[in-house]
Design a protein around this ligand. Sequence first.
Ligand SMILES: Cc1cc2nc3c(=O)[nH]c(=O)nc-3n(C[C@H](O)[C@H](O)[C@H](O)COP(=O)(O)O)c2cc1C
Length: 250
Amino acid sequence: MISVFYFSGTGNTAWAVRRLCDYLSERGEETKLYSIDIKECPGDEELLHIIKNSDIIGIAYPIYGANIPPIMIKFISKIKGIKCKNEIPTKKIFMLNTFGYVNAFGPVAAKKIWKSSGFDMLAYINVRLTDNTSNKDQTDIAKIRMQAAELELQKSAEALAKKEKYIKGYGFYLLPGIIIRRITRPLIKDNYKNMFIEKQLCNKCGICIENCTAQAITYVNNEIIFTSDCTACRRCLNTCPQKAVKQKKG
Ligand SMILES: Cc1cc2nc3c(=O)[nH]c(=O)nc-3n(C[C@H](O)[C@H](O)[C@H](O)COP(=O)(O)O)c2cc1C
């Protein structure tokens, strides 16, 4: 069984892991996907059961500020803790990141995260899709990148099915990544301060609240408020039917 935990703000990573699982299924592998959105993430007991019963565990996420998004870093430390506490033998793990312009983080830093945790990194899959921080129409770019991504996902599924090492994502981008990471870390943490609702457009349908990956949007005195749990994922901006969710420039 290959169990994949993923975080996806706007759908790119969700698409990539679904396609990867399709390719793995074609190769006879049993797969299961788990979103780690706050409302959907399995509880500790279930996580323990999943970890124990998986041959390979996958962790998939979009790159945020040349790094793993904070919500996924939290989740990784949770599963490391569960595995350590329950003395589960070494497990094979793979990571998959989607990104829009500079991956940067790469397998070098990913390795650090799993060091001495009893997880053995089998693959690092690096998939370039559209940049969801851009407001430009990216339909054509999306098509081209998705085609390239399909090939990459097929190759990685083949390697995973054979339990062969498949490490991608090394590159000179690590250097600009260190700078991007330093600059953007506080911006991502404080993103909620830049989020606001354009009152004339909002019809209080509550779709932003329902869809929030981190349950960071709430009503206070009949007003929609963003709290510090915000992960900066941009799902609220993408799914508001009224286009009433706005973001001030950081
Ligand atoms: C807060 C934030 C920070 C981002 N930082 C980067 C970055 O440093 N490098 C990059 O290539 N893409 C960056 N992106 C773009 C996303 O990584 C990319 O669009 C990703 O595929 C989105 O995946 P999702 O749709 O699963 O959320 C960022 C996106 C967000 C929302």
